[in-house]
Design a binder for this molecule. Structure first.
Ligand code: HEM
Length: 137
């Protein structure tokens, strides 16, 4: 199971990169769009980052569920972890909606909103790490 945990951690690290970077990248993408008046390289990079990490998120979640089942027999702490990861996944889907709209040239969210939105994901990530390290139940 050590390799399963290594794959889990690798995929989760890749997913987290985009969880933290994409909302911030959209701020720069909007500035670029205002300057160029069209789709530029920042948009391209943001979309690629989002898509690649979405694939890693799926593998990270599947390996996590596998570990929870095979090693921990779905102990109570794994339920809390699954619940908080679900919130983070919803946050990522929401990020995806903002990315798709930005691709069409629509930037509805303010810079302030995107910054706060970005920080919220940090709070959920800390909660996930606390649950898996402390295993309170
Ligand atoms: C549904 C999704 C997930 C499930 C069911 C899950 C479940 C698990 C399980 C059962 C372990 C093994 C714990 C151990 O043997 O000590 C583990 C390890 C770990 N997971 Fe997840 N995980 C998920 C998603 C995530 C996410 C999104 C993150 C990061 C934000 C994450 C971070 C970690 C870390 C850092 C470890 C290593 C902890 C240690 O070895 O002490 N996991 N996960």
């Amino acid at each position: 199971m050590d390799w399963l945990k290594i794959i889990h951690l690798l995929c989760v690290m890749g997913w987290m990169t985009s969880v933290f970077a994409v909302p911030r990248a959209i701020i720069y993408w909007k500035k670029e769009h205002d300057r160029l008046g069209e789709f530029g390289p920042t948009g391209d990079l943001t979309i690629r980052l989002y898509r690649f990490s979405a694939m890693l998120a799926v593998i990270g979640i599947l390996t996590g569920l596998w570990l929870a089942w095979a090693v921990w027999d779905f102990a109570p702490w794994t339920h809390i972890k699954i619940a908080v990861v679900t919130i983070l996944a919803i946050h990522y889907v929401w990020t995806g909606k903002i990315v798709m709209r930005a691709k069409r040239g629509e930037f509805r969210e303010s810079e302030f909103f995107l910054r706060v939105f970005n920080e919220i994901s940090v709070v959920f990530t800390i909660a996930i790490l606390w649950v898996v390290v402390v295993k309170p139940f």
